[in-house]
Design a protein around this ligand. Sequence first.
Ligand SMILES: Cc1cc2nc3c(=O)[nH]c(=O)nc-3n(C[C@H](O)[C@H](O)[C@H](O)COP(=O)(O)OP(=O)(O)OC[C@H]3O[C@@H](n4cnc5c(N)ncnc54)[C@H](O)[C@@H]3O)c2cc1C
Length: 300
Amino acid sequence: MGCWTVTRGLNTLKYFSPSTVEEAVEVLAAEPGAQVFAGATDVVPQIRSGKPEPESLVDLKKIDRLVSVADAGDKWVIGAAAPASHLTANADLVAEFPGMVEAAGLIGSDQVQSRSSLGGNLCNASPAADSVPGMVVNGARAVIAGSGGTRTVPVEDVPQGPGKTSLAPGEFVVEIEVDHRPANTGDAYLRLIPRTEMDIAVVGVGARVTLDDAGNCTSATIALGAVAPTVVRVPDAENALAGSAIDDTALDAVAAAASAACNPIDDKRGTIAYRQHVAGVLTRRAVAIAAERARNGGAS
Ligand SMILES: Cc1cc2nc3c(=O)[nH]c(=O)nc-3n(C[C@H](O)[C@H](O)[C@H](O)COP(=O)(O)OP(=O)(O)OC[C@H]3O[C@@H](n4cnc5c(N)ncnc54)[C@H](O)[C@@H]3O)c2cc1C
């Protein structure tokens, strides 16, 4: 394991680069003031904008398991520190989960995506994190390591509110697991930002739809980002779709349920009423795209 000390003004910062999960667990147990990082595309801007520096930083990208992206037979296993660019470049993952990968591919720019990770996006716990709704609708799980061993939780159980997670001190996310999708299933992610690039979502919507052979919906999952402190599921919309054709009547019900499920803030990016309206519009479109992909065998 590499270890360096960096002096910045009066502050001394230790940098650790473990090469295994076990080493990372050990260093985090020995360094209670440590913070892990992957791409550092949130960590560095936060430190530069005045957030107190941690006593030490633990680099997760030197651990092979945390940067691998693999089809493990019954599921995909995506290293928590794997850069988004490795997901968007993986043709099999894109073909199976176009919506989830599109969301990772919307984060920042090409430069940001060559560093930014699903684990970092999840554990930064921004309500507007783009990759989280796409992971949630696909039933993704976070494998978490710590001195007490390893545990696996649904991804939606990790963020607890802006900047807060359910991880205990010394714990970190090792990988994200996603089961292979059932037949006739498609997913989609749409967001609205005030600019065309490099901005935070006013609303983000993940949708996943499974159809039967007649084209009727057998199950649907919808998750909204940026409209509440954490991702919001929309059970009324999911229930409205189950057993139904994906037609205008069903999509109108979906849009109304999504607007009603929001609990957004009023800020410079949008008023509460605007976010509620946009949530309905985007959810309708995301469900329609997911259904079209399901009809095409999941592909975009
Ligand atoms: C120019 C720019 C544009 C951006 N645009 C977007 C955007 O469009 N959409 C969006 O959602 N975000 C955006 N971001 C934010 C950021 O890029 C993403 O949140 C990114 O996914 C973070 O990943 P990372 O690996 O860089 O995280 P890091 O900065 O390394 O870590 C982020 C947080 O997660 C913790 N952490 C990291 N990995 C783990 C782990 N495995 N286990 C436990 N905790 C962990 C860190 O301690 C830290 O608190 C942007 C950032 C920049 C600088």
